[in-house]
Ligand binder design. Structure first.
Ligand code: ADP
Ligand code: MG
Length: 247
């Protein structure tokens, strides 16, 4: 397999904050359609890695190729347009708008004032909203004010807002934090559903959840990759047990 077959190829990536290497010469490849989970102790650099991929943080060295195109020099909005969506830990939905409106405003449209003003809710957009609402399990909540949704439903809505752009790579940082057991089960099903059409990188701590969703697991420690592979193999790795799973 050549590097160009991967949806994401991160090579020799490094970022230093005041001389401290939060990401240290890291190399990681993600296949098209793969669901990769990243685990590791707090401070390992997991969130920083997503910050680098989505352009929020600029790297000190190395490369990030998405579908064979270099991303490290692009601005955040250009990376979104290239097809990378990223969900942060705290949901950022419009609480006073309906679920429908939240999805509608997330539909990609022409940039600039004219693009926004000329925007009409066409049949295409309506169809996409209904499709996404079904994918995230909120088809019967479309007219509801987003602020009235449960914590889990808010998280799903934010995933839906990202899906409106139909990203080829979707990155989620601790998506089930604060969710009930039932919401966690539904989220695992949701991720399997939306993963059919795209690659995903999910950062998560809950090992039962990781087992359910991961195709492959990457273990990070001190800005580096400590282990990588199928969940059962990674779980049995003494180095992983030592720095992470043993605690
Ligand atoms: P994780 O998500 O694995 O818990 P982070 O990526 O949030 O870890 O953090 C990795 C390390 O980098 C931590 O030591 C953190 O304090 C540091 N760090 C992250 N972002 C910055 C920043 N903008 N400036 C300085 N240090 C940072
Ligand atoms: Mg983090």
């Amino acid at each position: 397999m050549s590097n160009s077959d991967f949806v994401l190829a991160v090579e020799d990536l490094t970022v230093s904050f005041d001389g401290f290497k939060a990401i240290d010469n890291l190399t990681l490849y993600v296949d098209r359609g793969e669901l990769r989970v990243i685990i590791g102790p707090n401070g390992a650099g997991k969130t920083t890695l997503l910050d680098l991929i989505c352009g929020r943080t600029k790297s000190s060295g190395g490369s990030i190729k998405f579908k064979n195109q270099e991303m490290t020099e692009l601005a955040e909005h250009a990376i979104v347009r290239a097809g990378i969506g990223r969900k942060f830990q705290t949901p950022s939905i419009y609480e006073n708008l309906s679920v429908w409106k939240n999805l509608e405003v997330s539909f990609p449209r022409g940039r600039g004032v004219f693009g926004a003003l000329a925007f009409k809710c066409t049949d295409d957009v309506k169809a996409r909203i209904e499709e996404v609402a079904a994918e995230i399990g909120l088809a019967d909540q479309l007219s509801r004010e987003a602020g009235l949704l449960s914590h889990g439903q808010k998280q799903w809505l934010e995933i839906g807002m990202l899906l409106m752009q139909d990203p080829e790579l979707l990155m989620l940082d601790e998506p089930i934090a604060g969710m009930s057991v039932r919401e966690r089960e539904l989220t695992a099903e949701l991720l399997a559903r939306i993963g059919k059409n795209r690659a995903m990188i999910v950062i998560e701590h809950d090992m039962d959840f990781v087992k359910k969703i991961a195709h492959k697991v990457t273990v990070m420690h001190q800005g580096k990759i400590l282990a990588e592979g199928p969940m059962d193999k990674v779980q049995a790795d003494p180095r992983v047990i030592d720095v992470y799973l043993g605690h």
